[in-house]
Design a protein around this ligand. Structure first.
Ligand code: NAP
Length: 348
């Protein structure tokens, strides 16, 4: 399906013209769509369903897809991308991100891992390649939060820089256009910014109304790094292992419910609207057309009022959902140790 090139406002049924979707300009000058589709199935959506959602999302106007080798579905998504391009969407119109998994930080492993993602996604280059987590610790898929790798390591900056040098090489070789980080903290990013030859273009981080991370958000923007917001809806269908009794529910917050009622939308749509309007790039996941379409429509429709933006700023609960317990490297630690809450990198 192609939109009318003469008239970007033309709508194909209820779909959204991608030219109407806001973009973020990266420090390289590249333009990244300010909303993407997440592709992690949270252990319940199958690769086939997710590949269908990618095709469906492209047909309603999405051009940005957040992938990762660990999601176990890049080969299916690759077939979907082929169909999307055969249908008339040019490669340059798409923004495809993938991520290096934690057991592939070794100097010899970074480039082959990226090549595997490229082969699975059936692409010549990626728009963005991220280091998924700053910890080089393997743990098996679907494992419990109490699972620990016997070889678990803390963040060692020299080790991370060895990985980052290979990431830079991917840019030099033209396999990826940009590189970025995910799940970083301010002190870790400060070291990376000091030592990187090619600085990260984005930092993917958990961001939703109950977890706004204002300091990290401001830090990355001040340094010309675009924040990508994961779990933008508060990940209501996340796996059991990522739930604790203290977790709060963004889409049940009275402020979100009130605004959703005013707009006649689901509170999830308000989460996504708020994210784009605040300045991050949310990557909501859904396999349901009605949901991914309403999220996209939300970002091209009437903005939230200044007062609503203020009200949402006021409901931050500092509620991190993806705590990362499996990365802890020694006994007696709590998940806060992974996030350098003291302002300094937690000592080994
Ligand atoms: N870098 C990292 O370490 C990292 C970590 C976690 C996630 N991610 C990325 O971030 C993406 C998003 O995170 P997530 O999937 O955990 O959480 P999320 O996007 O906050 O939540 C997804 C859930 O919200 C529901 N939803 C979405 N839009 C909706 C709507 N308009 N109305 C009603 N329900 C709606 C979906 O249900 P339905 O499917 O029923 O619509 C789905 O269950 C992932 O897919 C992945 O790409 C990255």
């Amino acid at each position: 399906m192609k939109a009318n090139k003469e008239n970007p406002r033309s709508q194909l049924g209820d779909s959204v013209d991608p030219r109407l979707v806001p973009h973020r300009q990266l420090y390289t000058g590249a333009r990244m769509p300010a909303i993407g589709l997440g592709t992690f199935g949270s252990d319940h959506a199958s690769p086939v369903e997710i590949a269908e959602a990618v095709k469906g999302a492209a047909s309603v106007g999405y051009r940005h897809f957040d992938c990762a080798s660990v999601y176990g579905n890049e080969d299916r998504i690759g077939a979907a991308l082929q169909e999307i391009m055969k249908g008339g969407v040019g490669r340059e119109e798409l923004w495809i991100a993938s991520k290096l998994w934690n057991d592939k930080h070794g100097e010899e492993e970074v480039i082959p891992s990226c090549q595997k993602s490229l082969a699975d996604l059936k692409l010549d280059y990626l728009d963005m390649y991220l280091v998924h987590w700053p910890f080089p610790n393997y743990h098996p898929p679907h494992c419990d939060v109490t699972s620990r790798s016997p070889n678990a390591k803390p963040y060692i900056h020299e080790g991370f820089m060895k990985t980052w040098r290979q990431m830079e090489m991917l840019v030099d070789r033209g396999l990826v256009r940009h590189i970025g980080t995910s799940n970083m903290t301010i002190p870790k990013l400060q070291l990376l910014l000091r030592d990187a030859r090619i600085k990260p273009a984005v930092n993917e981080m958990e961001l939703h109304p109950h977890f706004q991370q204002p300091e990290l958000f401001e830090f990355v923007r001040r340094h010309g790094i675009e924040p990508i917001g994961y779990c933008p809806v508060g990940s209501p269908a996340r796996p059991e292992r990522d739930r604790t009794p203290e977790d709060t529910v963004d889409i049940e917050d009275p402020v979100m419910v009130k605004i959703a009622k005013r707009l006649g939308v689901h509170p999830a749509v308000v989460c996504v609207k708020w994210a784009v309007q605040r300045g991050q790039t949310p990557i909501p996941f859904s396999t349901k057309r009605e949901h991914y379409l309403s999220n996209l429509q939300g970002v091209v429709s009437e903005p939230l009022t200044d007062n609503e933006m203020k009200e949402i700023a006021g409901i931050d609960r500092n509620c991190r959902l993806i705590k990362g317990q499996v990365f802890l490297w020694k006994d007696g630690q709590t998940w806060e140790d992974l996030w350098d809450v003291s302002g300094e990198i937690t000592p080994p």
